[in-house]
Design a protein around this ligand. Sequence first.
Ligand SMILES: [Zn+2]
Length: 397
Amino acid sequence: MTMKRVKLLAHEEIVQAALQELQGNIAAILDSIVAIQQIPAPTFAEAERASYMRAQFEALGLQDVEEDSLHNVYGRFPAASSAERPPVVVSAHLDTVFPAGTALPARRNGRFLYGPGIGDNATGLAGLLALARTLTTYHFSLPADVWLVANVGEEGLGDLCGMRAVVKRFGQQARYIIVEGGLYGQISHQAIGVRRFRIEIEAPGGHSWGNFGNASAVHELGKIIAQITSLSVPQNPKTTYNVGVIEGGTSINTIAQTASMLLDLRSEAPEALAELETAVREIVAQANETAKHKHTGVRVTMEQIGNRPAGSIPRQSPLVKMAVAALHQVGCSRVSYIASSTDANIPLSQGIPAVCIGLAESGNAHRLDEYLDVTHLPNGLAQLLLLTLAAARYATS
Ligand SMILES: [Zn+2]
């Protein structure tokens, strides 16, 4: 049913014309990807890129364009008359993993576009703009509002703060389409759970020679990391840990007084994630116990700094089927379903229909040598348009 509806939709004259124009605009869309990629947008410092997106939303004729206090940017493509159905929210994250001051060169080589953040998520944001342009140019008549959103806080320690605000605003009734630049052909309707912690160690420390024997925060940190590394985690459901950042110490000849690590735990299954967290908490409790017992003066604290809740909607739900149909329609026969941690976690964890889709293929995400393979971009954009139209017209549950 869904398949057939999307197919019928794709053959409407106006949709055909819109799809053709999208394909004809690829050169301009590539320019737009690079223009966005050039604007720094570290998590918690997305303002500059947000105002660029806001200006673009306004120039494209979206309505009710606004920026909230977090720098989420919203623009509405209005329903034909008064909206008969809850809105469709199409959102792409603004932020990148690259800290302020990172050089952001971009270059093209054949079908590859290179640049930090080029796929993740300059391409997703440029996709939003291409979608907005198509909707306004062809005056699509839809029974639901389509809200285009450029949201903050997806990467790093953002903890999906932007999407939390977006879902709060549009609520349970809306349908959410999350756009990532890479990941073409992949549909995520299963959100993996992520818990993040800062583990901090305090120790007496002192002079490396004169106070030898005093406990060191750095050495204690090393012991705890070694214990975490020796934890066994299930392969199925996939469950992982990573100490991504360590900090601490004063100088080479000082026994460290403080040290800390950032720890990221993930699992496809909430129970396995809870078990892993318990195991880490036990390691920390044990370290404190030993310190107390031996009077070393070491103190270990563990603070949760991130919680991306797990959740999913069934593969048979209308929105997922529409996403599959849209991909098939643009000629992608190999659709894969992935479990991932994206902005879709927020709606999915509340049982609200959401999918995360991609626009092209990319590589080396989160690295300076990130690249986008533009081959599938025309199809990826066509898929986004079809899915948005289908979700606005047909989504009933
Ligand atoms: Zn991303």
